[in-house]
Design a binder for this molecule. Structure first.
Ligand code: SAM
Length: 229
Protein backbone atom coordinates (compact mmCIF):
# COMPACT_ATOMS: atom_id res chain seq x y z
CA UNK A 1 0.00 0.00 0.00
CA UNK A 2 1.45 3.36 -1.03
CA UNK A 3 0.11 5.28 1.96
CA UNK A 4 2.54 5.98 4.80
CA UNK A 5 0.90 6.24 8.18
CA UNK A 6 3.20 9.15 9.02
CA UNK A 7 1.47 11.21 6.28
CA UNK A 8 -2.08 10.47 7.39
CA UNK A 9 -4.18 12.49 9.82
CA UNK A 10 -6.29 9.74 11.38
CA UNK A 11 -9.01 11.82 13.02
CA UNK A 12 -12.45 10.26 12.97
CA UNK A 13 -16.02 11.39 13.36
CA UNK A 14 -18.95 9.68 15.07
CA UNK A 15 -22.24 8.30 13.75
CA UNK A 16 -24.01 11.38 15.13
CA UNK A 17 -21.62 13.64 13.22
CA UNK A 18 -22.10 11.66 10.00
CA UNK A 19 -25.89 11.91 10.41
CA UNK A 20 -25.60 15.71 10.62
CA UNK A 21 -22.87 16.05 7.99
CA UNK A 22 -24.79 14.02 5.40
CA UNK A 23 -28.31 14.83 6.60
CA UNK A 24 -28.99 11.09 6.91
CA UNK A 25 -32.62 10.20 7.57
CA UNK A 26 -33.69 7.17 9.65
CA UNK A 27 -34.65 5.20 6.51
CA UNK A 28 -31.29 6.03 4.86
CA UNK A 29 -29.45 4.49 7.83
CA UNK A 30 -31.00 1.16 6.79
CA UNK A 31 -29.43 1.35 3.30
CA UNK A 32 -26.34 -0.52 2.21
CA UNK A 33 -23.69 2.18 2.56
CA UNK A 34 -20.20 2.53 1.07
CA UNK A 35 -18.13 4.96 3.15
CA UNK A 36 -14.96 6.18 1.44
CA UNK A 37 -11.83 7.45 3.18
CA UNK A 38 -13.60 6.39 6.37
CA UNK A 39 -10.38 6.23 8.40
CA UNK A 40 -10.90 5.92 12.14
CA UNK A 41 -14.49 7.22 12.06
CA UNK A 42 -16.79 5.27 14.40
CA UNK A 43 -19.64 5.54 11.86
CA UNK A 44 -19.30 1.89 10.78
CA UNK A 45 -18.82 0.58 14.35
CA UNK A 46 -21.84 2.45 15.72
CA UNK A 47 -24.21 1.91 12.80
CA UNK A 48 -23.34 -1.79 12.46
CA UNK A 49 -24.05 -2.24 16.19
CA UNK A 50 -27.55 -0.95 15.40
CA UNK A 51 -27.99 -3.39 12.52
CA UNK A 52 -26.76 -1.12 9.70
CA UNK A 53 -24.70 -2.31 6.72
CA UNK A 54 -21.54 -0.31 5.99
CA UNK A 55 -18.39 -1.04 4.03
CA UNK A 56 -15.62 1.37 5.07
CA UNK A 57 -12.77 1.88 2.60
CA UNK A 58 -9.44 3.48 3.46
CA UNK A 59 -5.77 2.67 2.84
CA UNK A 60 -5.06 2.87 6.59
CA UNK A 61 -6.91 -0.39 7.12
CA UNK A 62 -3.75 -2.18 6.06
CA UNK A 63 -2.37 -1.15 9.49
CA UNK A 64 -3.36 -2.60 12.85
CA UNK A 65 -5.76 -0.88 15.26
CA UNK A 66 -2.80 -0.24 17.58
CA UNK A 67 -0.70 1.32 14.81
CA UNK A 68 -3.57 3.65 13.81
CA UNK A 69 -4.19 4.56 17.46
CA UNK A 70 -0.50 5.33 18.07
CA UNK A 71 -0.41 7.64 15.05
CA UNK A 72 -3.59 9.36 16.33
CA UNK A 73 -2.05 9.84 19.79
CA UNK A 74 1.11 11.25 18.22
CA UNK A 75 -0.72 13.99 16.30
CA UNK A 76 -3.72 14.85 18.50
CA UNK A 77 -2.10 17.53 20.71
CA UNK A 78 -0.63 19.28 17.72
CA UNK A 79 -3.99 19.39 15.90
CA UNK A 80 -5.82 20.72 18.96
CA UNK A 81 -3.07 23.33 19.43
CA UNK A 82 -3.46 24.43 15.78
CA UNK A 83 -7.21 24.77 16.31
CA UNK A 84 -6.70 26.82 19.49
CA UNK A 85 -4.30 29.16 17.73
CA UNK A 86 -6.77 29.93 14.90
CA UNK A 87 -10.02 30.72 16.79
CA UNK A 88 -11.39 32.76 13.88
CA UNK A 89 -11.50 29.62 11.68
CA UNK A 90 -13.86 27.46 13.78
CA UNK A 91 -17.52 27.28 14.78
CA UNK A 92 -18.32 25.60 18.09
CA UNK A 93 -22.04 24.89 17.67
CA UNK A 94 -21.45 21.12 17.88
CA UNK A 95 -18.22 20.50 19.83
CA UNK A 96 -18.52 23.59 22.07
CA UNK A 97 -14.75 24.11 22.48
CA UNK A 98 -11.34 22.63 21.49
CA UNK A 99 -11.08 20.48 24.65
CA UNK A 100 -14.44 18.85 23.91
CA UNK A 101 -13.31 18.33 20.34
CA UNK A 102 -10.30 16.43 21.71
CA UNK A 103 -12.58 14.38 24.00
CA UNK A 104 -14.94 13.53 21.13
CA UNK A 105 -12.08 12.47 18.84
CA UNK A 106 -10.67 10.20 21.61
CA UNK A 107 -14.11 8.60 22.16
CA UNK A 108 -14.44 8.00 18.42
CA UNK A 109 -10.95 6.45 18.21
CA UNK A 110 -11.81 4.08 21.10
CA UNK A 111 -15.02 2.91 19.38
CA UNK A 112 -13.29 2.56 16.02
CA UNK A 113 -10.28 0.67 17.30
CA UNK A 114 -12.33 -1.81 19.35
CA UNK A 115 -14.57 -2.52 16.35
CA UNK A 116 -11.65 -2.66 13.92
CA UNK A 117 -9.86 -5.20 16.12
CA UNK A 118 -12.98 -7.36 16.19
CA UNK A 119 -14.24 -6.99 12.63
CA UNK A 120 -11.29 -6.07 10.39
CA UNK A 121 -11.43 -9.54 8.80
CA UNK A 122 -15.23 -9.67 8.57
CA UNK A 123 -15.54 -7.66 5.36
CA UNK A 124 -16.62 -4.44 7.14
CA UNK A 125 -13.32 -2.63 6.47
CA UNK A 126 -11.43 -2.69 3.17
CA UNK A 127 -7.88 -1.41 2.66
CA UNK A 128 -8.07 0.31 -0.72
CA UNK A 129 -7.07 3.61 -2.20
CA UNK A 130 -9.01 5.96 -4.42
CA UNK A 131 -9.17 6.56 -7.33
CA UNK A 132 -9.34 2.78 -7.82
CA UNK A 133 -11.87 0.55 -6.12
CA UNK A 134 -12.24 -3.04 -7.09
CA UNK A 135 -15.42 -3.96 -5.31
CA UNK A 136 -17.48 -7.10 -5.70
CA UNK A 137 -20.70 -5.51 -4.41
CA UNK A 138 -22.93 -2.59 -5.21
CA UNK A 139 -24.40 -0.16 -2.66
CA UNK A 140 -27.44 2.10 -2.19
CA UNK A 141 -25.49 5.16 -1.06
CA UNK A 142 -21.85 6.30 -0.96
CA UNK A 143 -20.44 8.83 1.52
CA UNK A 144 -17.12 10.64 1.66
CA UNK A 145 -16.42 12.70 4.76
CA UNK A 146 -13.36 14.96 5.09
CA UNK A 147 -11.31 13.73 2.17
CA UNK A 148 -12.42 14.74 -1.38
CA UNK A 149 -12.30 18.56 -1.80
CA UNK A 150 -10.80 18.98 1.71
CA UNK A 151 -7.38 17.80 0.52
CA UNK A 152 -7.46 19.82 -2.74
CA UNK A 153 -3.87 20.97 -2.13
CA UNK A 154 -2.66 17.36 -2.17
CA UNK A 155 -4.87 15.62 -4.76
CA UNK A 156 -5.39 16.91 -8.31
CA UNK A 157 -8.56 17.74 -10.20
CA UNK A 158 -8.05 14.55 -12.25
CA UNK A 159 -7.85 12.55 -9.02
CA UNK A 160 -11.20 14.05 -7.94
CA UNK A 161 -12.84 13.37 -11.32
CA UNK A 162 -11.57 9.79 -11.45
CA UNK A 163 -12.51 9.07 -7.84
CA UNK A 164 -16.07 10.37 -8.16
CA UNK A 165 -16.69 8.40 -11.37
CA UNK A 166 -15.19 5.28 -9.80
CA UNK A 167 -17.34 5.55 -6.66
CA UNK A 168 -20.49 6.08 -8.70
CA UNK A 169 -19.93 2.78 -10.53
CA UNK A 170 -20.90 1.13 -7.25
CA UNK A 171 -23.70 3.37 -5.92
CA UNK A 172 -26.35 5.62 -7.49
CA UNK A 173 -25.57 8.56 -5.19
CA UNK A 174 -22.47 10.01 -3.53
CA UNK A 175 -22.49 12.64 -0.79
CA UNK A 176 -19.33 14.62 -0.08
CA UNK A 177 -18.64 16.90 2.93
CA UNK A 178 -17.16 19.49 3.32
CA UNK A 179 -16.78 21.49 0.12
CA UNK A 180 -13.98 23.56 1.66
CA UNK A 181 -10.28 22.83 1.39
CA UNK A 182 -8.02 22.83 4.45
CA UNK A 183 -7.49 26.56 3.81
CA UNK A 184 -11.16 27.13 4.69
CA UNK A 185 -12.12 28.30 1.17
CA UNK A 186 -14.43 26.53 -1.30
CA UNK A 187 -12.34 23.92 -3.13
CA UNK A 188 -11.07 25.20 -6.49
CA UNK A 189 -12.20 21.83 -7.91
CA UNK A 190 -15.90 22.17 -7.07
CA UNK A 191 -16.92 24.09 -10.18
CA UNK A 192 -14.64 22.18 -12.62
CA UNK A 193 -15.93 18.86 -11.23
CA UNK A 194 -19.54 19.99 -11.68
CA UNK A 195 -18.90 21.33 -15.18
CA UNK A 196 -16.95 18.29 -16.46
CA UNK A 197 -19.26 15.65 -15.01
CA UNK A 198 -22.51 17.49 -15.88
CA UNK A 199 -21.47 17.09 -19.51
CA UNK A 200 -21.38 13.33 -18.92
CA UNK A 201 -24.87 13.24 -17.41
CA UNK A 202 -24.06 13.40 -13.68
CA UNK A 203 -26.32 15.67 -11.63
CA UNK A 204 -25.42 17.79 -8.60
CA UNK A 205 -27.21 19.32 -5.65
CA UNK A 206 -25.63 21.37 -2.86
CA UNK A 207 -27.41 21.12 0.48
CA UNK A 208 -26.93 23.20 3.61
CA UNK A 209 -26.56 20.92 6.66
CA UNK A 210 -26.75 21.29 10.43
CA UNK A 211 -23.04 20.62 11.08
CA UNK A 212 -20.28 23.24 10.94
CA UNK A 213 -16.78 23.10 12.45
CA UNK A 214 -14.63 24.75 9.77
CA UNK A 215 -16.16 28.22 9.51
CA UNK A 216 -18.40 28.31 6.42
CA UNK A 217 -18.20 24.51 6.05
CA UNK A 218 -21.85 23.56 6.32
CA UNK A 219 -22.64 22.33 2.81
CA UNK A 220 -22.58 18.87 1.32
CA UNK A 221 -22.61 17.91 -2.33
CA UNK A 222 -24.97 15.23 -3.61
CA UNK A 223 -23.93 13.67 -6.91
CA UNK A 224 -26.00 11.17 -8.88
CA UNK A 225 -24.49 9.03 -11.61
CA UNK A 226 -25.69 9.29 -15.23
CA UNK A 227 -27.84 6.15 -14.99
CA UNK A 228 -29.68 7.52 -11.94
CA UNK A 229 -29.94 11.27 -12.60
C1 SAM B 1 -9.40 13.29 7.85
S1 SAM B 1 -9.57 11.56 7.60
C2 SAM B 1 -11.35 11.41 7.47
C3 SAM B 1 -11.85 10.19 8.18
C4 SAM B 1 -13.38 10.01 8.18
N1 SAM B 1 -13.93 10.02 6.85
C5 SAM B 1 -14.07 11.05 9.01
O1 SAM B 1 -14.60 12.04 8.45
O2 SAM B 1 -14.07 10.94 10.22
C6 SAM B 1 -9.05 11.37 5.90
C7 SAM B 1 -8.86 9.91 5.50
O3 SAM B 1 -8.54 9.86 4.11
C8 SAM B 1 -7.79 8.68 3.92
N2 SAM B 1 -7.14 8.65 2.60
C9 SAM B 1 -5.94 9.17 2.24
N3 SAM B 1 -5.68 8.90 0.94
C10 SAM B 1 -6.73 8.17 0.47
C11 SAM B 1 -7.07 7.59 -0.79
N4 SAM B 1 -6.27 7.71 -1.87
N5 SAM B 1 -8.22 6.91 -0.91
C12 SAM B 1 -9.07 6.79 0.15
N6 SAM B 1 -8.80 7.33 1.36
C13 SAM B 1 -7.66 8.01 1.53
C14 SAM B 1 -6.81 8.74 5.08
O4 SAM B 1 -6.22 7.47 5.32
C15 SAM B 1 -7.71 9.23 6.22
O5 SAM B 1 -8.20 8.15 6.98
Amino acid sequence: MAVELSQVVPLGRSLEEYIKIFDLKAEELKLKILSLADGPASFNAELSAQGGQVLSVDPIYSFSAQEIKSRFEAILDNIIQQVKSTPQDWVWSYHQNPENLRKHRIQVMEKFSQDFEKRSHSGAYLAAELPHLDLKDSFDLALCSHFLFLYSDYFSLDFHLESIQEILKYAPELRIFPLLSLKGKISPYLEPVKKTLSQKGYTFKIKSVEYELQKGGHHMLLIRGPKFS
